[in-house]
Design a protein around this ligand. Structure first.
Ligand code: GUN
Length: 293
C-alpha cells in the first residue's frame, strides 16, 4: 500500500501551530490577526468555501470580517470596498472570493488589492515575487502542496515532476515552485495542459505527478509510473444515492487503481483540500506579523 498523504491531519497540525502563535501574540498585548473576505453573489460553492474560511479563522483565534455584496454590485462599488479594507489598519489580510460576476473585471479587482494584504497570493506583485523566489504570499493550494511534500519528506531533487493543468491558481505556480532551487523543488518540470500531445505517455514518466485539470478521474493507472508520488488537486461532487448526503467526492485521479501503483498519494477528500485553508491562515499570520513585506 502507498503512503496516504493525510492533508486533513497535517492541516490540523498547522492550525494548532497557528493557534499557539496567536496565543503568544495576544499575550504580548498585540492584536489578533484579522482576515477579511469579500463574497459577491450567491454561488453555492463560493458560500461554502468562504464559510469554511471564516470558521477556520475562529478555530485558530483570528478575527474575521465577511463582506457580502449583491450579485448586481457595480465594479466601482466593489473596488471601493477593497480600497477601504486596504486602508483599514485593523485588517491584515484580504481575499476576494472567485469567481466574480461577469460584469466585474477580475484583473481590476485583483490589482486593487494591496500586495501587503494579498494573502491569496493572486496579485501581480506576489506572483512576481514568488516567481523570483523572493518572500511572497504564495497561493494557498500550491503552498499547501509544498507543505505536504515537506512534512512527508518527499525527495524532490532531480526528480521529474509532471504538472497537469496550467491554471493561474494551481498549475502554473506549482510548476514554478517545483523547479525552484530549494526544497521542495529542484525538479525537472513538465507543465502539461489540454493541448499537450501524448499526455498519458508524459505523465507516465513522472516521479511526482501533480494533477490539477479539473476532470473527474482523468488520471488512470496506465498513466502512472510504478512508485510515483501522486498529488490530486481535483474535487468533484458525484451523485450517489447510497450516501446519506446523496453525493460523494472524487478527484482528478482514479484513486482505487492509481493507489495500487503510487508510492504515496493524496486522497480526495482529505488530501490537498484541507491544506488550502491552512495555507490561507498561515499567510494571514505572516501578514499580521509583517513577515513578507
Ligand atoms: N476560488 C477558488 N479558489 C479560490 C481561492 O483560493 N481564493 C479565492 N479568493 N477564490 C477562490
Amino acid at each position: 500500500m502507498p503512503t496516504l498523504i493525510d492533508g486533513k491531519k497535517i492541516s490540523e497540525e498547522i492550525k494548532s501551530e497557528i493557534a499557539a502563535r496567536v496565543q503568544e501574540i495576544v499575550s504580548e498585548g498585540v492584536k489578533k490577526p484579522h482576515l477579511a473576505a469579500i463574497l459577491v453573489g450567491n454561488d453555492g460553492a463560493s458560500q461554502t468555501y468562504v464559510g469554511a474560511k471564516v470558521k477556520a479563522c475562529e478555530q485558530v483565534g483570528f478575527d474575521s470580517t465577511l463582506v457580502r455584496l449583491e450579485e448586481t454590485v457595480s465594479e466601482e462599488e466593489l473596488l471601493k470596498v477593497v480600497e477601504d479594507i486596504n486602508q483599514n489598519p485593523e485588517i491584515d489580510g484580504l481575499i476576494v472570493q472567485l469567481p466574480l460576476p461577469k460584469h466585474i473585471s477580475v484583473e481590476k479587482v485583483t490589482n486593487k488589492i494591496k500586495p501587503e494584504k494579498d494573502v491569496d497570493g493572486f496579485t501581480p506583485a506576489n506572483v512576481g515575487r514568488m516567481t523570483l523566489g523572493w518572500p511572497a504570499y504564495v497561493a494557498a493550494t500550491p503552498y499547501g502542496i509544498v507543505e505536504l511534500l515537506k512534512r512527508y519528506q518527499i525527495e524532490t531533487s532531480g526528480k521529474h515532476c509532471v504538472v497537469i493543468g496550467r491554471s493561474h491558481i494551481v498549475g502554473s505556480p506549482m510548476s514554478i515552485l517545483m523547479a525552484r532551487n530549494e526544497y521542495p523543488g529542484n525538479c525537472t518540470v513538465t507543465l502539461t495542459h489540454s493541448r499537450t500531445k501524448n499526455l498519458p505517455e508524459i505523465a507516465k514518466t513522472a516521479d511526482i505527478l501533480i494533477v490539477a485539470l479539473g476532470k473527474p478521474e482523468f488520471v488512470t493507472a496506465d498513466m502512472v509510473k510504478e512508485g510515483a508520488v501522486v498529488i490530486d488537486v481535483g474535487i468533484h461532487r458525484i451523485d450517489d444515492a447510497s450516501k446519506k448526503s446523496g453525493f460523494r467526492l472524487i478527484g482528478d485521479v482514479k484513486f482505487d487503481e492509481v493507489s495500487q501503483k503510487a508510492s504515496a498519494i493524496t486522497p480526495v477528500p482529505g488530501g490537498v483540500g484541507p491544506m488550502t485553508i491552512a495555507s490561507l491562515l498561515y499567510n494571514t499570520l505572516l501578514a499580521a506579523e509583517g513577515k513578507v513585506y
